[in-house]
Design a protein around this ligand. Structure first.
Ligand SMILES: Nc1ncnc2c1ncn2[C@@H]1O[C@H](COP(=O)(O)OP(=O)(O)OP(=O)(O)O)[C@@H](O)[C@H]1O
Length: 707
C-alpha cells in the first residue's frame, strides 16, 4: 500500500480541527508525514516497580501495575482535588488530580487493572499522636489499560513533541501515538523502500518498514538505534544527493557572470576608508574577485570571527558587481541589522553616485511601490533587507552578487529563492561568524569554496569577561556609572525567559524600569523584537548617535550590531544563553582599540552545563575555540534527545553537528553514484531518482531537481 497517496482526509471527516492544527503546526498533511513525525525522546519503561520498593526521594519515575479501589474529593476552592488509592498487591499509594476532575472517575474504572507511570513525591504528614508519617503520592499520573496499547505500554516509549495549539485541540503526545498505531495496524504490507537494495546491503541497513515501526515503538534499544541510523542515513543521503546533483547541474549548464573591472565604485570606498584593510581582508577580497572573474558562478562561504570586518568585505565585493554594471543584494536575518547595514553602507558611500535602498517586511506599501520599479530597472544598485527580498514581487534588472549574512537563520530554500531571481544565477557569498566544520558547511551550503578572515583589525584587545552573581548588582552598576562618566556606552541584555512574547516583554520592561531608577541621570534606550520598526529605528539611532548611554535589549542585538563606542556589556541570566549566542553577544563590544568588558550575571542555581559555558566564556575569546567547546559540550545524541541546533531545522531526525560519520558516508556515496551516473538513469538508480524528486518537492527544493 502506498501510504503517501492516502490523504489524511479520513481523519478530516471525524476530527477536522485536529487535522487543521496538524497541518499548521507540524506540517503533517498525510499519513506518511505522520509516520515521519518521530518521537523527540524516549523513556525506558521496561521495568514494573513494586510499591513496597518505592523510594519517593530517589526515583525520578516509577511504573506500577495495579488497581484503583477508591476515589475521594478533598479540599475546597483552588485546592480542591481528586484523590485515589492505587494498590498493586505489595502496598498502596495515593494518586492526585487537581484539574478536570469528573472525567477521571469515568475513564479509570475501580477494580480494573492499569499500568501507571508517574513521578513519585513524598509528603510528610503529622499524625494525631504527634509523630510524622511519610506518604507517597503521584500527581497527575499516566494510566493505561495494558492491552490497549500497541506492543503494550511496557518497553521503550517514544514521546512526541506538541505545541500549545495542538494541546488546545487535545493533540497530546498520546493522541499522536494512537494515530500512528492505527496507521501501522492498517498497513498490511511492508512499507515500500526508499533506498536501493545495493545501498541497504552495502551499509547493512534495516528495511524502511522495520525502521519506521521501531522508531515509533522500539522492540529493544538495539533496534531503536538501528532504526535511527537507517532513517538518518536516508535523510542525509537524499540531502547530499540533492545538493550534489544541483551542483553538478550548475557546473555543467550555468555560466557565471564575469566581473572584469575593478572600477571607481570599489576605489571610492577603498580610498576613503579611515583604516588599512588587514592582510586577511586583502587576501579574501582577492579570492572573491578572482572567483567572480573566472566565468564560473561563485558559491563562497566567508568565515570570520565577530568583528573581523566581514561586512566591509561584503560591501567591497558588491561594489565590484556595480563596477561591472550589475546589481548587488545583502540579505540579513533581522530587521535591526538590515537597518544598521543600510545606514552604515549609505554613510560609507556618501559622495558616490551609487543608489542604495532598504527593504524589510515593514517597508510601507507606498515606499515599496516606488522602490520596486527602480530595482527592476536597475536604478537601485544595492538592495539591503531581510527575507522580504525573496518575495516574488521583488525583481532585479541584473542581480550579479547576493550576500547572505547568514548566522544559520535562513533555510537552504530561502537562499535558493534569492539566487533564482535571474535567469542566470548570481554569484553568492554567505557570511558567517560561527566557524563550521567543512563537511558540515558543504552540507548546508552545497559545493562551495571557503574564505577565512583569521585576523582581527589591529589593536583589538580580548574582551575581559567576568562572572558575577546577582547580589553584586550594586557594585556592577557602580562600575557602569564610572565607565559612562569616561564617555563609554553600555549594553544590558535580557534573555527570552518564558518563550512567551508577553511575559518576555514584561521582563524586559521591568528591567528597563529598574535600570532607569538606578541611572536617572542618563538616557536609556530599549530595543526588542516586537517593537514597531520605526520605534526600533529611533531607539537604535539614539544609541548609535551617542544620545543614549545605555541600551537595554533582548538578543535582537546579537547579530552584527556595530557601535564602536560601546565597550561594556552586562548579560543578565547568562546561564540561559547558549555558548555561540553568548559569543555573538559579547562580539558587540570590543569593536575598537578600547579595552572592553563583559559581565555575565547569574544566580547561584547553575546547572553543571551552564557553569561550564560560563567558564568557557571567561577563559576564551576566540570564536573557533568556543565553537569547538560548544560541540564537545552538546556531545553526541542520547536517549533523551537534544534540542535542534540551528543547522538542523529542516531535518526530521539527523543532527548535522552529531552525525558527522553518517554525513561522510552518505556524501561519499552520493558523490560516487553521481560520478558514475549523473542523471541517475541506470536501472539500479531509478528508485533513487524517483525519491530524489519526491524529496526535492517535499523539501520545497524543486530548484534542485535534475531533469
Ligand atoms: N581593517 C580594519 N581596521 C580597522 N577597523 C576595521 C577594519 N575592518 C573593519 N573595521 C571596523 O571593525 C568593525 C567591525 O567590522 P564589521 O562590522 O565589518 O565586522 P563583522 O565581521 O561583520 O562583525 P560581526 O560578525 O560581529 O557582525 C566595524 O566598525 C568596521 O568599520
Amino acid at each position: 500500500m502506498d501510504i503517501s497517496r492516502q490523504s489524511i482526509m479520513q481523519l478530516q471527516c471525524t476530527k477536522p480541527d485536529k487535522v487543521k492544527v496538524l497541518k499548521e503546526e507540524i506540517n503533517v498533511f498525510s499519513w506518511k508525514d505522520l509516520l515521519y513525525y518521530f518521537p523527540y525522546r524516549y523513556t525506558d519503561r521496561s521495568k514494573i516497580h513494586k510499591i513496597s520498593e518505592i523510594d519517593g526521594r530517589s526515583m525520578p519515575f516509577i511504573q506500577l501495575k495495579g488497581k484503583i479501589f477508591r476515589y475521594e474529593y478533598l479540599g475546597e476552592g483552588k485546592s480542591r482535588r481528586l484523590s485515589a488509592v492505587f494498590d498493586d498487591g505489595t502496598g498502596v499509594i495515593e494518586l492526585i488530580w487537581f484539574r478536570s476532575l469528573t472525567w477521571i472517575t469515568k475513564m479509570y474504572k475501580l477494580g480494573r487493572e492499569y499500568i501507571l507511570f508517574g513521578k513519585p513525591s513524598t509528603f510528610r504528614l503529622s499524625t494525631p499522636s504527634g509523630s510524622s508519617l511519610e506518604r507517597i503520592s503521584i500527581i497527575h499520573p499516566e494510566l493505561e489499560e495494558e492491552n490497549k496499547f500497541y506492543e503494550g505500554v511496557i518497553g521503550i516509549q517514544g514521546e512526541y513533541s506538541t505545541t500549545e495549539k495542538m494541546k488546545k485541540v487535545s493533540l497530546h503526545s498520546r493522541t499522536i501515538k494512537q494515530m500512528i498505531i492505527e496507521i501501522l495496524e492498517n498497513i498490511k504490507e511492508p512499507l515500500s523502500e526508499t533506498l536501493s537494495r545495493e545501498i541497504i546491503n552495502e551499509y547493512k541497513l534495516i528495511s524502511l518498514d522495520e525502521a519506521i515501526r521501531n522508531i515509533h515503538f522500539p522492540k529493544s534499544n538495539d533496534l531503536l538505534q538501528e532504526a535511527q541510523y537507517r532513517l538518518k542515513f536516508e535523510e542525509l543521503f537524499y540531502l547530499q544527493l540533492s545538493i550534489l546533483s544541483a551542483a553538478k547541474h550548475r557546473e555543467k549548464h550555468i555560466d557565471g557572470f564575469r566581473f572584469k573591472e575593478i572600477g571607481e565604485n570599489f576605489y571610492f570606498l577603498k580610498n576613503n576608508l579611515p583604516f588599512e584593510l588587514t592582510t586577511a581582508q586583502k587576501r579574501v577580497v582577492n579570492e572573491i574577485w578572482k572567483n567572480m572573474n573566472t566565468g564560473k558562478q561563485m558559491n563562497r562561504l566567508l568565515q570570520g570571527d565577530v568583528g573581523s570586518g566581514k561586512t566591509l568585505i561584503a560591501l567591497l565585493s558588491i561594489l565590484l558587481a556595480t563596477d561591472n554594471g550589475f546589481q548587488g543584494a545583502i540579505m540579513v536575518p533581522t530587521e535591526v541589522l538590515a537597518i544598521q547595514h543600510y545606514e552604515t553602507i549609505s554613510r560609507m558611500l556618501n559622495g558616490s553616485a551609487i543608489k542604495v535602498s532598504l527593504l524589510t517586511g515593514s517597508t510601507k506599501n507606498k515606499l515599496r511601490e516606488e522602490m520596486l520599479p527602480k530595482v527592476k530597472s536597475g536604478e537601485i544598485q544595492i538592495l539591503i533587507g531581510t527575507h522580504a527580498l525573496i518575495e516574488d514581487s521583488v525583481e532585479f534588472n541584473n542581480l550579479g552578487l547576493v550576500v547572505v549574512d547568514e548566522q544559520h537563520r535562513f533555510g537552504v530554500t530561502q537562499r535558493a529563492k534569492l539566487w533564482n531571481k535571474n535567469s542566470n544565477p548570481p554569484h553568492v557569498l554567505v557570511m558567517t561568524a560561527t566557524p563550521i566544520p567543512r563537511t558540515l558547511a558543504m552540507t548546508i551550503y552545497g559545493d562551495l569554496d571557503v574564505s577565512i578572515i583569521d585576523e582581527l583589525p589591529p589593536g583589538r584587545k580580548p574582551v575581559d569577561t567576568y562572572h558575577r552573581y546577582d547580589e553584586k548588582r550594586d557594585k556592577i552598576y557602580e562600575y557602569v556609572r564610572k565607565e559612562i562618566q569616561k564617555g563609554k556606552q553600555v549594553y544590558i541584555v535580557y534573555p527570552l525567559i518564558e518563550e512567551n512574547e508577553k511575559i518576555d516583554l514584561t521582563n524586559l520592561q521591568d528591567g528597563f524600569q529598574a535600570v532607569s531608577k538606578v541611572f536617572p541621570e542618563y538616557n536609556i534606550c530599549m530595543v526588542h523584537g516586537q517593537m514597531k520598526p520605526e520605534e526600533k529605528k529611533q531607539e537604535m539611532q539614539k544609541f548609535l548617535s551617542g544620545e543614549a548611554q545605555i541600551m537595554v535589549a533582548t538578543t535582537v542585538i546579537e547579530v552584527g550590531i556595530d557601535v564602536r563606542n560601546a565597550s561594556v556589556m552586562i548579560i543578565k541570566n547568562a546561564e540561559r544563553f547558549g555558548l555561540s549566542q553568548l559569543h555573538q553577544l559579547r562580539g558587540r563590544v570590543g569593536r575598537s582599540t578600547e579595552q572592553a568588558v563583559c559581565i555575565l550575571m547569574t544566580n547561584h542555581e547553575l546547572s553543571e552545563d551552564a557553569r561550564k559555558r560560563i567558564t568557557i566564556m571567561t577563559n576564551f575569546n576566540n570564536g573557533f575555540i568556543i565553537a569547538e567547546e560548544d560541540l564537545k559540550l552538546r556531545g553526541p545524541g542520547s536517549l533523551n534527545g537534544i534540542k535542534q541546533s540551528g543547522f538542523d531545522s529542516n531535518l526530521k531526525i539527523a543532527r548535522l553537528s552529531q552525525d558527522g560519520d553518517i554525513l561522510d558516508y552518505t556524501r561519499n556515496l552520493a558523490r560516487r553514484i553521481l560520478d558514475d551516473d549523473p542523471n541517475l538513469e541506470k536501472p539500479q538508480n531509478i528508485l533513487l531518482k524517483q525519491h530524489l524528486n519526491k524529496w526535492n518537492i517535499e523539501n520545497k527544493a524543486e530548484w534542485l531537481s535534475i531533469s
